[in-house]
Ligand binder design. Structure first.
Ligand SMILES: [Zn+2]
Length: 898
């Protein structure tokens, strides 16, 4: 009963605050709909703010009217359908005005109408809640709310759904009590096992999750999230007894024993991984609400994590940075360090820069997105490059960092999701200098750009275009300039806090050709990834694209790039199931990831919803349990896994920065087609960059695959030719034109160093060979649901295969056979057991023992793989009897004794 009383108190508050809005709902009855506190899912479209509801771009509109259409993009990004579990729902809308409201639900992909609600007659000048009707949802399509524009006189303020279910707060209390009582039994067993020195960390996590999420489930139901709350209870009803059985088994066997806990406050980097002394460490932390670091800290303990992301509200966002927030951060950092966690502080610089307001001369009015030849990023309305801007940054950072060097921080993230494209006069002057440096004489520039400048000073920002040399020069300059700016900041911080590890959180998935942000944002991934001891990135990729993301990042320098931390991790993508989360974390670890921080905004526990998709982990006990258990498994097995990540690839895909700049997406799309065929070939796959070719850093690479490289610098071209001459195999995936970096044709065979072969042909080249394959970039290209630019497709269908996450089209399989044959001819080391959708990787130790990793990327098909008798699967600690069966998204680490 207590929770019910609390709800009434909260409602009373709502009534006082929103008395003008509450019209139709009987607030004292839980079963009535109140948009401020009830429901499974809601969209705050515009007008009066609904606490805790999703508020997208449409909420900023000031005119009245229906904003459903205006909110399309944002609806796509929020993926309403992904928030709802299968079930029946009631639909509500809050409106005012006069007219008929016709709401429909469409399938995002094909725009087919899946449900039409009856016409709703609105005639009121006060925002009023209307019940529109019922609908069923099986989660078999992605939902989009739409109307027929027949409602110009209506102000549609808020839309939400509530599940239809026989769940009640009373039933929820009964189920929650039963779960708590089972969890109490689990706790007794856990204490007994721990007393005997047994390893029960994973089962401890189940207990922690159960105790916290059971309350979430009750809260959900109390607020009308009937279906969501029921799901929570259904899961905990199974997970707690499972953990009890596991602990009983461990006690009965007296095995496994708990290991020594490393000191997470004392970490060092060896090659590209983290260690405490000789013990390798995979770091996991959870960053809760940005301003609630103490809750975050508590959660890190509770879920057995070893890191702590002391992410307080951005000090640079606030004029009060050196008082309230600064003290708060230091307090949190201190507590994290005292708790024995590897503590990171994040100073986000993103969106707003109040410290520059004092310097109006640094203000730069950026063009509206999409209007200029080079879109500026969302970053800023100020120039960060001028001496005044730098001085202002330095003064601000000095204040923020004053005490950090003594705070015991492990690392410091000084830039969040950066991007930059300022074209102020100061910048344009720098650009003119760049042009002068590159072309030396104005005649050469005129020839290259087709202009008649008398002087470099005549170059204006309105002269910039998306074509040819002009395009290349601006983008190349912007990447160079931005890198210099970030380096300057890094050096400043290193000087202020010597010894503090620094990192920048780059949105690494933006190198995929969806949205093209890295082009216009000045992101040269390769150099930025090498700037700091740690490559921090904002991954949010799953399955194949996650693997490719890491393989590319690790190939940026010889031999394995920098240590990779995902400091804005969403490991549950796409749906946040236990298996997806477990799979993505293992994919990361096997491809060299050293840790992650799960980024969580607020769960909005006082309301029915929360802001972003990634918050779903706060509604999904299975996802949190998967993170905690997988994190512990990875740490337990990391000394076996690290050598596997350090096997040098014999096959590498050429990553051409120049082609990415000039061609925007052809090159990367072809790379995305080639990559899966290599990932599922049993070989280790990596990438090779233009800079490494120019430096003749081939490693032990035997095959280089060239995916539509239409623009290429001369020194890299020479490197590629030398690689082939010395015996390397160059495979052309699709045609490669090898124009110069500024887009001039290399017309003769001699100019392209005879590096040309037709599709289907092959010919010798020095001691090596050139092989031509047809491009896979034909047919319909897959796009993200509704064209949302930020995200990658999360699954692909190839024939009957449904694989986790992928590529540009479904045509990648056309490379499979050809590539497989090439690998056999060249005798590339391939791990047995690979097949379409199954990654197999292996490491053979000096003593002849072998570790094999198997990852089944299929979302619906189990697979059985033959392995030598007597081998052991390390995650489950079970003996394999000559074979191992992976369920969909299953992972196995098979240890084979010599
Ligand atoms: Zn500027």
């Amino acid at each position: 009963m207590r929770s019910r009383i609390m709800i009434k108190e909260k409602l009373l508050l709502s009534i006082i605050l929103l008395s003008s809005l509450i019209v139709s709902a009987g607030q004292s009855d839980w079963n009535h709909a109140n948009p401020d506190t009830w429901g499974e899912k809601g969209f705050d479209l515009t007008g009066a703010k609904v606490a805790g509801a999703f508020r997208g771009s449409a909420s900023n509109k000031l005119k009245d009217g229906s904003y459903i259409k205006a909110g399309m993009n944002w609806q796509n990004r929020q993926r309403m359908g992904k928030k709802l579990y299968p079930g029946r729902y009631k639909m509500f809308a809050r409106m005012k005005g006069k007219g008929i409201f016709r709401l429909r639900i469409e399938n995002v992909k094909n725009k087919k109408v899946r449900h039409t609600f009856p016409d709703c007659n609105v005639d009121t000048d006060k925002l009023t809640l209307f019940e529109l009707g019922e609908f069923g949802y099986k989660r078999d399509y992605s939902m989009l709310l739409t109307d027929d524009k027949s409602t110009p006189g209506l102000w549609v303020d808020y839309i939400y759904v509530r599940g239809i279910s026989d769940m009640t707060p009373e039933k929820a209390t009964q189920r929650a009590d039963a779960i708590r009582s089972k969890a109490a039994n689990l706790k007794v067993l856990l204490d007994e096992a721990q007393g005997k020195g047994l390893a029960v960390g994973e089962q401890n996590a189940v207990y922690a999750v159960a105790m916290r999420y059971v309350q979430y489930g009750q809260d959900d139901v109390a607020r009308g999230g009937l279906i969501r709350g029921t799901k929570v209870f259904d899961y905990l009803d199974k997970s707690v007894p499972n953990a009890i059985a596991e602990v009983r088994d461990i006690i009965a066997k007296g095995w496994p024993k708990a290991g020594r806990k490393p000191d997470y406050t004392n970490l060092s980097i060896k090659r590209s991984h983290l260690y405490n002394g000789e013990v390798p460490v995979y770091l996991t932390s959870i960053a809760w609400a940005p301003s609630d670091i103490i809750t975050s800290l508590e959660l890190n303990w509770r879920y057995h994590f070893n890191g702590f992301f002391a992410q307080a509200k951005d000090p640079l966002h606030s004029d009060e940075y050196n008082t309230k927030y600064h003290e708060g951060i230091l307090n949190g950092v201190g507590k994290g360090v005292t708790a024995g966690l590897a503590t990171t502080q994040c100073m986000h610089t993103h969106h707003k820069f109040p410290y520059l307001k004092k310097y109006p001369e640094t203000r730069y009015i950026k063009p509206v997105q999409g209007t200029g030849p080079h879109n500026p990023c969302f970053e800023t309305n100020y120039c960060h490059d001028t001496p005044i801007s730098k001085e202002a940054y330095e003064q601000t950072v000095k204040k923020v960092l004053r005490k950090f060097d003594k705070a015991g921080l492990w690392s410091f993230e000084f830039f969040n999701e950066p991007g930059y494209a300022c074209q102020c006069e100061y910048t344009m002057d720098k650009f003119r200098y760049y042009l002068n440096r590159e072309y030396i004489t104005i005649d050469k520039l005129n020839e290259s750009w087709g202009k008649n400048y008398k002087d470099f000073n005549e170059v204006k920002k309105t002269d910039l275009s998306r074509q040819g040399a002009n395009n290349y020069d601006w983008l190349d300059f912007n990447q160079e300039r931005f890198y210099e700016m970030v380096s300057w900041r890094k050096n400043l911080i290193n000087r202020l806090c010597p010894g503090l590890l620094t990192h920048v959180k780059i949105i690494s998935r933006r190198m995929f050709p969806l949205g093209n942000h890295d082009i216009t944002w000045g992101l040269d991934h390769e150099v930025l990834a090498q700037l700091n001891p740690i490559t921090a990135h904002d991954g949010a990729t799953s399955g194949v694209s996650r693997a490719m993301n890491y393989d590319l990042y690790r190939s940026f320098s010889f031999p394995f790039g920098r240590l990779i931390l995902d400091t804005e991790a969403h490991p549950g993508k796409p749906d946040g199931t236990y298996d997806q989360t477990h799979f993505n974390m293992w994919t990361g670890a096997i491809h060299g990831e050293s840790g992650m921080s799960i980024f969580l905004w607020r769960r909005k526990e006082t309301a029915n919803i929360h802001w972003y998709e990634q918050d779903d982990i706060a509604t999904k006990p299975w996802e949190m349990e998967a993170v905690s258990r997988t994190h512990q498994q990875i740490n337990r097995l990391l000394s076996d896994v690290i050598p596997l990540t350090e096997v040098e690839p014999e096959v590498r895909i050429l990553y051409s920065r120049t082609s990415r700049l000039m061609d925007i997406d052809t090159h990367m799309k072809e790379a995305m087609e080639v990559y899966p065929s290599l990932l599922f070939s049993g070989a280790h796959v990596g990438f090779i960059t233009e800079r490494r070719l120019a430096g003749r850093q081939f490693g032990n690479c035997k095959v280089i695959v060239v995916p539509q490289v239409n623009y290429f610098p001369k020194d890299a071209l020479q490197g590629l030719a030398e690689f082939a001459k010395a015996g390397g195999i160059v495979v052309f995936a699709g045609p490669s034109e090898f124009k110069t970096k500024r887009g001039l044709e290399r017309t003769t065979l001699k100019e392209i160093l005879r590096l040309k072969v037709s599709p289907g042909q092959k010919r010798p080249y020095g001691k090596g060979k050139l092989i031509g394959l047809k491009s896979a970039l034909v047919g319909k290209r897959q796009t993200v649901d509704g064209g949302a630019p930020m995200d990658l497709p999360v699954e692909m269908e190839t024939g009957k295969d449904k694989l986790m996450s992928l590529a540009a089209t479904d045509n990648w399989v056309m490379y499979e056979k050809a590539i497989s044959k090439i690998l056999d001819d060249v005798r590339i080391d391939r791990c047995p057991g690979y097949s379409r959708g199954v990654e197999a990787r292996r490491y053979v130790d000096k003593d002849g023992s072998e570790l094999r990793a198997y990852l089944n990327y299929s979302m619906d098909k189990p697979v059985t793989i033959e392995v030598p008798k007597g081998s052991v699967e390390l995650i489950t600690r079970k003996n394999c009897n000559g074979e191992i069966t992976l369920k969909p998204l299953g992972v196995a680490l098979v240890k084979i004794a010599k």
